[in-house]
Design a protein. Structure first.
Length: 441
């Protein structure tokens, strides 16, 4: 902390009433295999220093990705120069601190301690296993290892000093399988912050099975179907839907949840929580404004409980911030992480049994491009399977799924128990939707 004393001394001397510094540092290691050769081995480090200062009741910003002896003077001058010229309607607020913070240690040194040679050996073993599992696998087109350590520190003129540190790793592998002139591919991610929980055999088997089960793909008849959405698809649609719970979108009157507090925005089967204090790699006990985070229910049995607020949007609405101030670049907007869709009691197979006849959607393409955030309407290319007699059946390819985000979540009939924590920080299960338009032949 002492290394930043010069910034505060200079800020005070230059007439800045309150200064805040947000320092982040990250280290990434990655490498990949191609045809049993290691390539693309990278170790990268990045730092960012964001500064905000209040000058005569106006707020100014500055940032840098390089710290030298000249950085304090540069940042302080930038704050003085642009204070009050910020066009965004952001109030001049720097937070004094929360009464209590729930700190936890989620950094796992075992990731860095595992020898790099062991990590490489695992990758070679994974590639070998993928090739050996099925003779229809003609190529391992992706086999990568990535790990990331990150730390952040927030300090300000009020004496607030906060630090957090986390790390994780993930394997990503994909294969190409060929049979009778058909070419099918699949890929999977294994994400964790515990090296001991990587089951190489199970991971490889899942990837290969997902590729070869796509052979014989066809198009279904175009009509409305009962639909089961795979958890990856649910995560994509839920992320788009929850953007509407941002107080920024509500205040701009661009939200599908405008005026919907304490009203139904989903089926009674849907309970969504933001759980930033969950002990995993996405844990954070303070947001990027220094506000203590807390676990909260956003949608309870279909009813919207709260919007996501940072300090600025909360003051505009005359409410308390929900600890959802996160940076997009230098500016603090509204964000959220560790989103959990509460699981049900039924397995994915039991959902198929409940549907009896319908469609299982496993992939949606181009969600961000093909979804209208203002109306919630979407029309997206998809892949999946028919559900026949309560079982996963014929593979489907080149189909289109069309609908509306509000309708999707209002029409959730059942939620499965197959939750999985994804790279997006979403922890969601598969769901059964009463009706969705699927177009094929």
């Amino acid at each position: 902390m002492a290394k930043f004393d010069a910034y505060f001394a200079l800020a005070k001397a230059k007439g800045i009433d309150v200064l805040e510094l947000y320092f982040s540092r990250g280290k990434s290691t990655s490498f990949k295999l191609y045809n049993s050769q290691i390539e693309g081995y990278k170790i990268a480090e990045d730092i960012s220093l964001y500064a905000r200062g209040i000058v005569n009741g106006k707020i100014g910003y500055a940032s840098t990705e390089k710290i030298t002896k000249d950085t304090p003077a540069f940042l302080i001058q930038e704050i003085l120069t642009n204070a009050g010229t910020v066009t965004k309607e952001e109030l001049a607020i720097i937070f004094e601190g929360s009464e209590k913070y729930k700190k936890r240690n989620v950094f796992n040194p075992a990731i860095a301690e595992l020898p790099i040679e062991t990590k490489k050996e695992r990758l070679f073993a994974l590639e070998k296993k993928l090739k050996a599992l099925d003779n229809r696998v003609t190529q391992v087109n992706a086999c990568t290892y990535n790990e990331r350590e990150s730390e952040a520190m927030l300090i300000n003129s009020y004496g607030l000093k906060l630090k957090r540190k986390s790390n994780y790793y993930y394997y990503y592998a994909g294969v190409l399988a060929e049979a009778s002139g058909e070419r099918k591919s699949s890929g999977e991610v294994h994400l964790s912050n515990d090296p001991a929980d990587f089951d190489l055999d199970a991971f490889a088997k899942k990837i290969v099975e997902k590729a070869v089960e796509k052979f014989g793909g066809t198009q279904c008849k175009s009509k409305n179907y009962k639909v089961v959405l795979d958890k990856d698809v649910v995560a994509d649609l839920l992320e788009a839907y929850l953007e509407n719970a941002s107080a920024e979108e509500v205040q701009k009157k661009t939200s599908l949840m405008l005026g919907k507090l304490q009203q139904p925005v989903a089926s009674k089967k849907v309970t969504v929580m933001e759980m930033p204090l969950t002990k995993n790699q996405f844990f954070t006990y303070f947001d990027d404004e220094g506000v203590a985070t807390y676990n909260k229910t956003v949608i309870k049995k279909g009813v919207l409980q709260t919007y996501f607020y940072n300090l600025t949007t909360a003051k505009k609405d005359g409410v308390t911030t929900t600890g959802n101030g996160y940076r997009g670049g230098g500016k603090v907007g509204v964000g959220f992480n560790n989103i959990v869709l509460k699981p049900g009691k039924k397995s994915l197979q039991q959902l198929f049994g409940q549907v009896k006849e319908g469609v299982y959607i496993t992939e949606l393409m181009g969600v961000h491009a093909g979804l209208n955030p203002q109306s919630g309407n979407f029309s997206l290319q998809a892949n999946g399977f028919m559900i026949e007699k309560g079982q996963k059946a014929t593979p489907l390819t080149l189909i289109t799924v069309a609908g509306n985000l509000v309708d999707v979540f209002m029409n959730v009939k059942e939620v499965a128990n197959d939750n999985e924590l994804l790279l997006s920080s979403y922890n969601v299960p598969s769901v059964f939707i009463k009706s969705l338009t699927v177009s094929g032949k």
